[in-house]
Ligand binder design. Structure first.
Ligand SMILES: *[C@@H]1O[C@H](CO)[C@@H](O)[C@H](O)[C@H]1NC(C)=O
Ligand SMILES: *[C@@H]1O[C@H](CO)[C@@H](O)[C@H](O)[C@H]1NC(C)=O
Ligand SMILES: *[C@@H]1O[C@H](CO)[C@@H](O)[C@H](O)[C@H]1NC(C)=O
Ligand SMILES: *[C@@H]1O[C@H](CO)[C@@H](O)[C@H](O)[C@H]1NC(C)=O
Ligand SMILES: *[C@@H]1O[C@H](CO)[C@@H](O)[C@H](O)[C@H]1NC(C)=O
Ligand SMILES: *[C@@H]1O[C@H](CO)[C@@H](O)[C@H](O)[C@H]1NC(C)=O
Length: 463
């Protein structure tokens, strides 16, 4: 979620970039279209739109039949079904002889009902509509497959929450679900996010990140905004709030996605040797963050106001979902904040209003009442246990345990007997690591394989 979603977009990048068979690089996956109902909650509205889906049947024996894994996509475009040997979903499908099907989320990628994403046209973008899309689609799809067996869902982050909620709202459609880093708890004032980034970064790195922020504040409030923004190739962030939001999110994403060492090591060195904090940080945002995680321009209010649908853009849509359903507003905590105090509730309220031209604001309590929040109560849901316990190691080595700040919006304590929670412990791993991989390979200790085997064993008990 680059925003979260990365934090919003972040999510998108991590979950959506599997695009080719590992054996045949750059093969384009073929997709098909599903004729979907636009509004599931008004029988008089008969409009439809085309929703894109992909099938990976490499592990499926059509004669023998087998389970169907519905891999749920979240807030971003889809260019392939899970297909890399390192994908958790592929590992499960291989073991189960399962068919993998993945449906693009409405309004993202090529599955937008409208060419113009005006605020009016976005009104059918909601998790409730999306869950209904999934239910209708997968039942229709299964009826076309001979000998098709039970359905399970898998998702990560926002789609991890959808995967869990699908068991609550449509329990008759599937036999179970995997929710990886599922952000089931809608949190309006999500200061815990920044706190977790600071904790997971480790003390020295957190101090270095604070020094980057305070140096940028001094420069920007001191009249040097143009030069600072130029240094970061962030000239399009004319609004200082957008700039500080981007600055914070690029830090958080480094931690969230397993780039701890690339982010922290040079900054700690610069801090200890009185180096230039902003130059050192800009080297990271341009050469590491910018190559895989995003561009500053996506954070501009002006950019997000653009209503033209573009297959590759997801920011406007995800902001609409946070501004109407989920919040997850990553505000600066009062104490020990890594991000600038400019990133506060006023920033978010203004941002939602400016981007959508009216004062949209989410009722997160209603969202949690509807789904259950961190008491989401379904049966047969595996939550990856994103433990809050981190072991901070000496010599600035990155901490062991979950580096995922989104764990604070996920389920970390098993509450119901049929909702087991498993914990991945590895180094330089982050958000949804059980579905994807650590960016540079997970270093030891590393129980990723064990967690995947445990997950598989639990799935087998459902079939
Ligand atoms: C989708 O379904 C509707 C209603 O059944 C139909 O009118 C429309 O032609 C269909 N669209 C496509 C592209 O098949
Ligand atoms: C800039 O970043 C690159 C890639 O991380 C690194 O190899 C290089 O040493 C850095 N340069 C400076 C001056 O920090
Ligand atoms: C709006 O987005 C579209 C699609 O990405 C792009 O072609 C167009 O130039 C953008 N408009 C403005 C004013 O930036
Ligand atoms: C809150 O954010 C707004 C917009 O970014 C900013 O103008 C204001 O000064 C911030 N408040 C505090 C207490 O920093
Ligand atoms: C669940 O969320 C509520 C508020 O949203 C919080 O007070 C409570 O501590 C959370 N419980 C757990 C187990 O995380
Ligand atoms: C997470 O899972 C581990 C291993 O299964 C367990 O020891 C730990 O108590 C769990 N933690 C939470 C918070 O559920």
């Amino acid at each position: 979620m680059k925003t979260v979603l990365f934090t919003t977009l972040l999510l998108v990048v991590a979950l959506a970039n599997a695009s080719t068979f590992a054996t045949e690089a750059n093969v384009k996956w073929e997709y098909q279209w599903y004729n979907q109902t636009l509004n599931h909650f008004d029988a008089e509205d008969t409009r439809t739109f085309l929703q894109r889906y992909y099938v990976n049947d490499q592990y499926y024996d059509y004669k023998k039949g087998g389970p169907i894994i519905l891999y749920i996509n979240g807030e971003g475009p889809v260019s392939s079904p899970p297909n890399k040997p390192t994908d958790g979903t592929v590992i499960y499908a291989q073991a189960l002889g399962a068919l993998i099907v993945t449906l693009e989320h409405r309004y993202y990628g090529d599955s937008s009902p409208f060419a113009d994403l005006s605020t009016e046209n976005l009104k059918f973008l909601s998790s409730r509509q999306a869950l209904n899309d999934l239910a209708i689609f997968i039942l229709d799809y299964r009826s076309t497959i001979q000998n098709a067996g039970d359905i399970i869902t898998i998702g990560g982050s926002y789609s991890g929450a959808l995967s869990a909620w699908f068991r609550v709202k449509y329990p008759h459609v599937t036999v179970g679900s995997v929710a990886s880093s599922g952000v089931v708890n809608a949190i309006l004032d999500f200061t815990a996010f920044d706190e977790w980034v600071a904790y997971a970064a480790g003390e020295q790195c957190a101090d270095a990140l604070r020094l980057v922020t305070s140096t940028a504040e001094q420069q920007i409030f001191g009249g040097n905004a143009a030069a600072v923004k130029q240094l970061f190739q962030a000239e399009t962030l004319t609004d200082d709030g957008d700039f500080f939001y981007w600055l914070a999110d690029s830090m958080a994403e480094g931690i969230q996605y397993g780039y701890h060492d690339q982010l922290c090591t040079p900054l700690i060195n610069a801090m200890n040797n009185k180096g230039d904090m902003l130059e050192t940080y800009s080297n990271y945002t341009i050469n590491v963050w910018g190559t895989t995680l995003g561009t500053p321009g996506e954070y501009a209010t002006l950019f997000q106001q653009n209503t033209t649908h573009d297959i590759n853009k997801a920011d406007r849509q995800w902001w609409f979902q946070t501004c109407t359903e989920f919040g997850y507003f990553q505000n600066a905590p009062a104490q020990g904040s890594i991000r600038s105090q400019m990133v506060n509730m006023t920033y978010h309220r203004t941002h939602c209003a400016n981007v959508f031209g009216k004062p949209l604001w989410p009722n997160t309590e209603a969202t949690n009442d509807y789904y259950g929040g961190n008491h989401t109560a379904g049966t047969n849901i595996v939550f990856t246990n994103v433990s809050r316990k981190l072991e901070i190691r000496e010599n600035n080595q990155s901490p062991i345990g979950s580096q995922d700040p989104w764990s604070r919006a996920s389920i970390t304590v098993q509450e119901y007997p049929t909702e087991p929670s498993l914990m991945v412990t590895c180094n330089n791993c982050g958000h949804c690591v059980d579905l994807r991989e650590c960016p540079g390979g997970c270093s030891t200790p590393n129980n990723l394989d064990q967690v995947r085997q445990q997950t598989l064993k639990i799935i087998e008990t459902w079939l």
